[in-house]
Ligand binder design. Structure first.
Ligand SMILES: Nc1ncnc2c1ncn2[C@@H]1O[C@H](COP(=O)(O)OP(=O)(O)OP(=O)(O)O)[C@@H](O)[C@H]1O
Length: 257
């Protein structure tokens, strides 16, 4: 089995726009991701973060613009080629069948066909190591549909990790995780950066972005507002303005926290 990462030289987005029917969600989005960056994307509910991630993954159609991966337009890559370059932890995931967790992880390695049913010992060991990395090896033989929300979330993260792509996109990855698992995940994301992987993750928690990201991007009303060092982009005044919080509400909360 080929565990080598596809080369991640650069991921580039230029003038990207997307809509649902006639309703524009975002327009004129430009940014680049470099190897080894963990980039946190923040913005109010409904500003378009999930739609942006789904558009970058070609799961939602763009209305304008270009997405380039290592010099190739994403439009020219097959589903299989994209799956070697980028993995995805969605915000919501429905699974109709009660597949065992181990098979769910093997599916990420093999795509939508069914060779995971004949997986080799090496492949099973690789999938198990992803579950161990996430700290959920004991769930390997449990049906996915019988897991709690937080356990399912950890399976999806292990699955993306097993896919072994140079770029991982995660939509609110700490969603549903208990306090301890949130901290452990943020540490794991931070460690991914050291291995040269690139992560683009949405979060509703500026403190999570400050803990594990090397760069933060904020988004509001269908546009990117700021992009840079988390300590600068997530200054108190910028957070207050992003989420439209009054001085009193914000500092009363801060005082209690
Ligand atoms: N399937 C859909 N059909 C029509 N409109 C949609 C659909 N999905 C999302 N929208 C709308 O697109 C906009 C952006 O939604 P999106 O889910 O991308 O926001 P978000 O920033 O990820 O929100 P949240 O932080 O609440 O998860 C919202 O106004 C939403 O109502």
């Amino acid at each position: 089995m080929n565990n080598k990462l596809a080369p991640m030289t650069e991921f580039k987005v230029s003038n990207l726009c997307a809509a649902y029917g006639r309703k524009h969600v975002f327009s004129g989005i430009n940014f680049r991701l470099q190897k080894g960056e963990v980039v946190a994307l923040l913005g109010p509910n409904g500003c378009g973060k999930t739609t942006l991630l789904r558009t970058l993954l070609a799961l939602h159609p763009k209305t304008e613009g270009e997405i380039w991966f290592a010099g190739k337009s994403i439009d020219d890559l097959s589903v299989k080629q994209r799956a070697r370059m980028v993995s995805y932890v969605p915000q919501y995931h429905k699974m109709a069948f009660a597949y065992p967790v181990l098979e769910m992880v093997l599916m990420a390695i093999y795509g939508d066909k069914a060779p995971w049913l004949h997986a080799s010992q090496d492949e099973i060991a690789h999938a198990m190591s992803a579950l161990e990395w996430m700290g959920i090896a004991e769930l390997a033989h449990r049906p996915y549909t019988e897991l709690s929300g937080g356990q399912r979330q950890m399976v999806l993260i292990a699955r993306a990790y097993a896919q072994n792509t140079p770029l991982i996109m995660m939509d609110e990855p700490t969603n549903g995780l208990d306090y301890g698992n949130q901290i452990k995940l943020l540490q794991k994301i931070n460690a991914l950066m050291e291995t040269g992987k690139t992560v683009l993750m949405t979060t509703h928690h500026p403190e999570h972005a400050l803990q594990c990201s090397s760069r933060a991007i904020t988004m509001k009303d269908g546009h990117l507002l700021s992009d840079g060092c988390p300590l600068d982009v997530l200054k108190d005044e910028k957070i207050r303005s992003l989420y439209e919080l009054s001085h009193d509400d914000f500092y009363a909360y801060r005082k209690q926290a």
